[in-house]
Design a protein around this ligand. Structure first.
Ligand code: NDP
Length: 498
C-alpha cells in the first residue's frame, strides 16, 4: 500500500527533494538532494570563492551586495509569489517579509566598513609606547541553516551580514522551502557570477548535520531549540562556533494606561500573522485586571474578522502538516484545564487550516502557555499588576522578544523582560530595525544577527599592537632590572592604588 502524500510534506523522489503547497499539494520546487560528498564539495568551492570575495575591497563587496538588493527589490512580487506557493503564506505577508529582508541587505552592505574596518584604538598608560590596532576579519565559510516559516527574511538575516563581513556562505534551506532558498542563491549569482560565493545544499536534516561537520568556519542556525542542541553537539566535535536563533514564547503585557485599541490590533497581528508561525510571534498576553475585559473584547472583535483560506486571505494554511497536532493538543489541554475559548477553540483545527483562537484564563502551567504553539492562537491571562506580568513573562526558559503596551511604565517594563528584544506600543517591530541586534536568551539561543552586533557575529576581531617608542619601563623582557620592577610597582600604586 502506498502512503498517501499529505500536501506540504516534503518528498524525496529519484534523488530530488520535492516541496509542495500545504493547501493545494501543488509542486513548488524540485531540487537535487546533496550527499555528504556533495556537501563537502560545496564547502570546498565556497572556501576557494571566499578568498576572492574577502580579497575584494569593501567597496567591491558593497557594490555587489547593493546590486543584489536592487535585484531583490525589483522582483519582490515574484519572490513573494514563490514564498506563497511553497509555504502557503498569504502573498501580502510574503511581500512584507521580502521588503524587510531587502532593508537588511541594504544596511549590512552600507555599514560593513564602518563597523568592521581597521581602526586605531587608544593605548593606555601601561603600554603607552605601543599603538593599538583593531580590525574584524571574515571567518571564511559560514554554514547557514534556515527554517521554513520566514524562508527569505530569516536566512538573509545571517546571509547578508555574513557576506558583507567578507565570508562565503553555504545555505541549507529548510526541507519545506528549498525552492525559495535556491531562488535567493540564483538571484545572487546573477549579480556575482565570478565565483560561487553563495550556494545552497538541499535535503533533510541529515544534510544540515553534514554541513555542521563539513569544516565550515561557523554555523548560523535558525530553527527549533531541540535541533539547535543537535547542531551545537555536532559543531562541538570540531569546536566550530555556532550562532543559535531558536524558538520563543513571546509575551505581550498590557498595562492599565495602554491604548487598548492599539494593543488589541498589535496582539492580533503579532500573534496571528503568518498563521502564528513566527518565532517572535505573540503567543501569550498578560493584561492587568482593570483593562482585561475591554482588551479581550477588542481582540475578539478584530480576530473574528480575519479570513482563513488558500488565496487572498489573512491567514493561510499551516505550513508543516505535523504542527496541526501540536496546535490541537495545546488548545485541548488549555480547555481541559479550565481555560475558556472566547474565539475558535475545540474545533479550530481544520487541516490544513486553523481558525483564529483566543483562549483566556489558561493555567500558567499548561502547554499552551509554556510551549511554542506556532499556530494562530493567543492566550490572554489577567494579572494583578505589571510586576506579576513581568514575573510570568520571565518564568519560561525562552526569551526571544516581547511587547509592552502602556505609557508611564512601558519602557521600564520592556527593560525588565528577560529577552533579547522588546517593542513598546507595537509588536515585532524590532525585527525590521536593521540598526538593532536580533537574538535571544536562554532556550531562544545566543549570538546576534542584524545591526553592528550582527556584522561582528560573522567576523573575528584581530588585535595588533605596534611598538612606536622605546619602553621607558621595560616589563615584558628578561632585560628588565630590579630597579625597573620597583619603578613599575611605584607607578601602579600611584595611579591605581587609591
Ligand atoms: P527545525 O529545527 O525543525 O529545522 C531548522 C533547520 O535545521 C532545517 O533546515 C532543518 O532541516 C535543519 N535540521 C534538522 N535536523 C538537523 C540536524 N540534526 N543538524 C542540522 N540541521 C538540522 O525548525 P523549523 O524549520 O521547524 O523552524 C521553526 C522553528 O524555528 C521554530 O521553533 C521557530 O521559533 C524557530 N525560528 C527562530 C527564529 C529566530 O530568529 N530565533 C526565526 C524563525 C524561526 P529540515 O527542514 O530538512 O529538517
Amino acid at each position: 500500500m502506498t502512503a498517501v502524500h499529505v500536501p506540504g510534506t516534503p518528498l524525496i523522489e529519484d534523488g530530488r527533494l520535492l516541496s509542495t503547497n500545504p493547501a493545494t499539494g501543488v509542486e513548488a520546487g524540485r531540487l537535487p538532494v546533496a550527499s555528504p560528498a556533495d556537501v563537502e564539495a560545496a564547502v570546498a568551492r565556497a572556501r576557494s570563492a571566499s578568498g576572492w570575495w574577502a580579497g575584494l575591497d569593501v567597496a567591491g563587496r558593497r557594490e555587489r551586495l547593493l546590486r543584489w538588493r536592487a535585484r531583490l527589490a525589483s522582483r519582490i512580487e515574484e519572490l513573494a509569489e514563490l514564498v506563497h506557493v511553497e509555504g502557503g503564506k498569504p502573498v501580502a505577508e510574503a511581500v512584507v517579509e521580502v521588503v524587510t529582508a531587502v532593508e537588511h541587505v541594504d544596511w549590512a552592505a552600507r555599514n560593513a566598513k564602518r563597523v568592521l574596518g581597521p581602526r586605531r584604538v587608544r593605548s593606555r598608560l601601561m603600554l603607552a609606547e605601543f599603538a593599538a590596532h583593531l580590525e574584524y576579519q571574515p571567518y571564511g565559510v559560514i554554514g547557514v541553516i534556515g527554517p521554513w516559516n520566514y524562508p527569505v527574511f530569516t536566512p538573509i538575516g545571517s546571509i547578508a551580514y555574513a557576506l558583507a563581513a567578507g565570508n562565503a556562505v553555504v545555505l541549507k534551506p529548510s526541507e519545506y522551502t528549498p525552492a525559495v532558498g535556491q531562488w535567493l542563491v540564483d538571484s545572487f549569482a546573477e549579480v556575482v557570477h565570478e565565483e560561487p560565493v553563495f550556494t545552497a545544499v538541499h535535503g533533510l536534516g541529515d544534510v544540515g548535520a553534514a554541513l555542521c561537520r563539513s569544516g565550515v568556519d561557523k554555523v548560523a542556525f535558525t530553527g527549533s531549540t531541540a535541533t539547535g542542541r543537535k547542531v551545537m553537539a555536532a559543531c562541538a566535535e570540531s569546536l566550530t562556533p555556532v550562532l543559535i536563533e531558536a524558538g520563543g514564547k513571546d509575551a505581550m503585557i498590557v498595562d492599565t494606561d495602554a491604548n487598548l485599541d492599539a494593543a488589541a490590533e498589535a496582539a492580533v497581528w503579532g500573534g496571528l500573522t503568518n498563521a502564528g508561525q513566527t518565532c517572535i510571534g505573540i503567543e501569550r498576553v498578560y493584561a492587568v485586571e482593570g483593562v482585561f475585559d475591554g482588551f479581550v473584547d477588542r481582540v475578539v472583535q478584530r480576530a473574528e474578522r480575519l479570513t482563513v483560506g488558500a488565496d487572498g486571505t489573512d491567514i493561510g494554511p499551516i505550513t508543516m502538516p505535523s504542527q496541526l497536532e501540536v496546535i490541537r493538543r495545546h488548545i485541548d489541554d488549555a480547555l481541559a484545564r479550565g481555560g475558556r475559548a472566547v474565539l475558535g477553540g475545540a474545533d479550530a483545527v481544520q487541516p490544513p487550516y486553523v481558525q483564529p483562537t483566543v483562549l483566556v484564563d489558561v493555567p500558567e502551567d499548561s502547554v499552551a502557555v509554556r510551549e511554542e504553539t506556532f499556530g494562530p492562537t493567543l492566550t490572554i491571562n489577567r494579572v494583578r499588576d505589571v510586576d506579576e506580568a513581568v514575573a510570568r513573562t520571565n518564568a519560561l526558559r525562552y526569551g526571544l522578544g516581547g511587547s509592552v503596551f502602556g505609557r508611564r511604565r512601558a519602557m521600564a517594563v520592556a527593560q525588565r523582560l528577560r529577552s533579547g528584544m522588546a517593542s513598546v506600543n507595537s509588536a515585532l517591530t524590532f525585527a525590521g530595525m536593521s540598526t538593532l541586534p536580533f537574538g535571544g536568551v536562554g532556550n531562544s539561543g545566543f549570538g546576534r544577527i542584524h545591526g553592528a552586533d550582527g556584522l561582528r557575529e560573522f567576523a573575528r576581531p584581530k588585535a595588533i599592537t605596534r611598538r612606536r617608542a622605546r619602553s621607558l619601563l621595560p616589563a615584558t623582557t628578561f632585560d628588565r632590572t630590579d630597579a625597573d620592577v620597583a619603578r613599575l610597582v611605584k607607578l601602579v600604586k600611584l595611579f591605581y592604588g587609591r
